[in-house]
Design a protein around this ligand. Structure first.
Ligand SMILES: [Ca+2]
Length: 209
C-alpha cells in the first residue's frame, strides 16, 4: 500500500487574522497528501482526463470555507484562496476531495480532518504556520475515504469530553465531531454504488463513473 512516495505538495491557501485591535496576519501553508498513495494500485490518470478534481477546505466552526479550489491531478497541488481565518483558538479543519465527471456527477473521494493551532501563545513570534496534512494519522489528523471510517467518527460531542483538554487527542476528537456535525444534513457518500468498494479505490481503477 505504501509503495508510492508521498509527494511534498505545498499549497498556500489561507491567511489567518487576529480579532480585535491586533491585525497581525499569518500565512497558512498546507502540506497535502497524494490521493494515489491512499490506495494500492492506482492509475492517477483517472483523476484527470474528462474528470475534474476539486477540493473544499472548511475551518470550523463554519467560519471560513475555501471553496472551488482546483487540484492539479498531476501533482495534487491545490490552488485557490480562502477568506481570513480568525485566530485565538485551535481551529478544526477539513479538506475534502471530490471528483466530478463530464456529466456533472460528483463523488466524494477523501476527507482529511485535522486542526490548526492559532492560539496567541503559539503564534507569538511565528511567521507562517505550516499544517502538515501529508500523512495524517491520529492525533495529528484523520483520513476518511469509506463509509466505515465515517461511521467510526464521534457522532456525539460527549465522546470527546473524557479526553484531557488542550491535548492533540482532544483537538482531533473535536475536529472529527465538527466534521460529522456540519455534514449531518448531507453526509458525504464515499461509496456511491454501495458495492463496498470506496469511491477513491474505484476512481483509481477507473470504475467510479
Ligand atoms: Ca463503490
Amino acid at each position: 500500500m505504501k509503495n508510492m512516495p508521498w509527494p511534498l505538495v505545498l499549497g498556500l491557501l489561507a491567511f489567518a487574522s487576529a480579532c480585535g485591535h491586533d491585525d497581525h496576519t499569518v500565512g497558512l501553508t498546507l502540506r497535502l497528501p497524494s490521493l494515489a498513495a491512499q490506495t494500492g494500485a492506482c492509475d492517477e490518470a483517472n483523476f484527470g482526463g474528462t474528470n475534474t478534481l476539486t477540493a473544499v477546505m472548511n475551518f470550523s466552526p463554519a467560519l471560513s470555507s475555501c471553496v472551488g479550489l482546483t487540484v492539479d491531478p498531476s501533482n495534487y497541488t491545490v490552488s485557490g484562496g480562502c477568506p481570513p481565518i480568525p485566530t485565538g483558538v485551535v481551529r478544526p479543519l477539513s479538506l475534502e476531495y471530490t471528483l466530478t465527471n463530464s456529466d456533472g456527477v460528483a463523488a466524494s473521494l477523501l476527507a482529511i480532518i485535522s486542526y490548526v493551532d492559532l492560539r496567541p501563545d503559539t503564534l507569538r513570534g511565528a511567521g507562517d504556520v505550516t499544517v502538515d496534512l501529508s500523512a495524517p494519522t491520529p492525533p495529528s489528523g484523520t483520513m476518511v475515504s469509506n463509509p466505515a471510517e465515517l461511521a467510526a467518527l464521534p457522532h456525539d460531542r460527549e465522546q470527546c469530553a473524557s479526553i484531557d483538554d488542550a491535548t492533540p487527542e482532544r483537538w482531533l476528537c473535536e475536529a472529527e465531531w465538527n466534521y460529522v456535525y456540519y455534514h449531518a444534513q448531507s453526509p458525504p457518500d464515499f461509496d456511491r454504488d454501495k458495492d463496498l468498494i470506496s469511491n477513491l479505490d474505484e476512481a483509481c481503477s477507473g470504475t467510479l463513473f
